[in-house]
Design a protein around this ligand. Structure first.
Ligand SMILES: Cc1ncc(COP(=O)(O)O)c(C=O)c1O
Length: 380
């Protein structure tokens, strides 16, 4: 099997597993215990916190470990709303966010808040000036993803931060897909809150962080003990956190090399596919894109049928975000770019990763070209 669905999740790096193993079996320590078992476990968490913080240019004490990107996004949005004390918050976001931001925003709307949804252009990008035009005097929070999971477009988050800082508005970015593919530096971005998930960068599933800039006040979503400064109580997922730390250390060290390799593979793939398959469109082509993501529309093809047939041939790809592809709805991102429902349904996302080999690219090109041709012949 060739795996070109690295935006859905990545394989756990063996070195990461090695660091996790002692915490999965053997060592019994609860990091809150004062005996030496507990203190050793606390030190492992502190080391991981430092590694993750370094990866995004933050201070260790600015991180809150969560169960993943979804919880981090929820904590950013609901935590900020709860801390503000208002029951009718004004929030600005984009129509291409992941469900982990869209659905909390819908909940905020239902609870009496107002959400302004920034549009994107045909290239899959928000326009900073249009987004800033949505700010109101009472806007509490702006949430704009750093990179889109479906098409890989990199949003101009940094260009919003002067406007949010001047007006005292919180700026959150979901950087889950950007991690390990482009540099992330919370200071350069000028964000107050940032979400990451370990399983998108060769770490374990079920662990993430919310970066909370020093001085920013949030309220927790769950209540219990004092862990994570009371913002995320509950005994820590020690093995997961340790694995996340190691994954960030590796991703930081390999970032430039990984990105260059993935971009080379993606570029060879897109060039050959466009040459061989008439009626192919590269979605997001004219925007800054993640180096690994290729979202292609094939005229007259049903994307889901293509994904199923490719799977049978030994190539794993996707019609979009794993959590919404089960719903068989055309991508809301492509719809927001102005694509017709038929065009959106004809799209497939191929996402390259660190472990793809050059031979994978040649084989993938062959399989996609053959399968598209077969599906087109079946229609005639
Ligand atoms: C942009 C984005 N945000 C959030 C998430 C959710 O992260 P997790 O799977 O860790 O809950 C994902 C996962 O697909 C994502 O792509």
């Amino acid at each position: 099997m060739i795996y070109l669905d690295n935006n859905a999740t990545t394989a756990l790096e063996p070195e990461v597993l090695d660091e996790m193993m002692p915490w999965l079996g053997g060592t019994p320590g609860n990091p809150s215990s004062i005996h030496s078992f507990g203190q050793e476990t606390r030190r492992a968490i502190d080391r991981a916190r430092t590694r993750v913080a370094r990866f995004i240019g933050a201070q260790p004490e600015e991180l809150v470990f969560t169960s993943g990107g979804t919880e981090a996004d929820n904590l950013a949005l609901f935590g900020a709303v709860a801390a503000s004390g208002t029951t009718t918050p004004h929030v600005v976001t984009t129509i291409i966010e992941h469900q982990a931001v869209i659905n909390p925003c819908r909940h905020i709307e239902k609870a009496g808040g107002v959400v302004a949804w920034a549009p994107i252009d045909a290239n899959g990008l928000i326009r900073p000036e249009d987004t800033i035009a949505l700010f109101k005097d009472d806007t509490l929070l702006v949430s704009v993803m750093l990179a889109n999971n479906d098409i890989g477009t990199i949003q101009p988050v940094r260009e919003l931060s002067n406007a949010t800082r001047e007006r005292g508005i919180l700026l959150h970015t979901d950087a889950v897909q950007a991690a390990g593919k482009i540099e992330i530096d919370v200071k350069k971005l000028g964000v107050d809150l940032l979400s990451l998930s370990a399983h998108k960068l060769y770490g374990p599933k079920g662990v993430g962080i919310l970066y909370v800039r020093k001085g920013i006040r949030l309220k927790p979503l769950v209540f219990g003990g004092h862990q994570e400064r009371g913002l995320r109580p509950g005994t820590e997922n020690v093995a997961g956190i340790v694995g996340f730390g190691k994954a960030c250390e590796i991703a930081g060290a390999r970032l430039a090399a990984d990105a260059a390799r993935m971009e080379t593979m993606r570029s060879a793939f897109e060039t050959a596919i466009c040459e061989r398959i008439a009626g192919t469109t590269i979605n997001g082509l004219n925007a800054p894109r993640l180096p690994n993501t290729s979202n292609l529309s094939f005229e007259g093809i049903d994307g889901e049928a293509l994904v199923i047939n490719l799977d049978l041939m030994g190539l794993a790809a996707s019609t979009g975000a794993a959590c919404s592809s089960a719903e068989n709805e055309p991508s809301h991102v492509l719809a927001a770019m102005g694509r017709s429902p038929a065009e959106a349904r004809s799209s497939v996302r191929f996402s390259f990763g660190r472990h793809n080999a050059e031979e994978d690219v040649a084989r993938a090109i062959e399989l996609v070209a053959q399968t598209v041709q077969q599906l087109r012949e079946c229609r005639q």
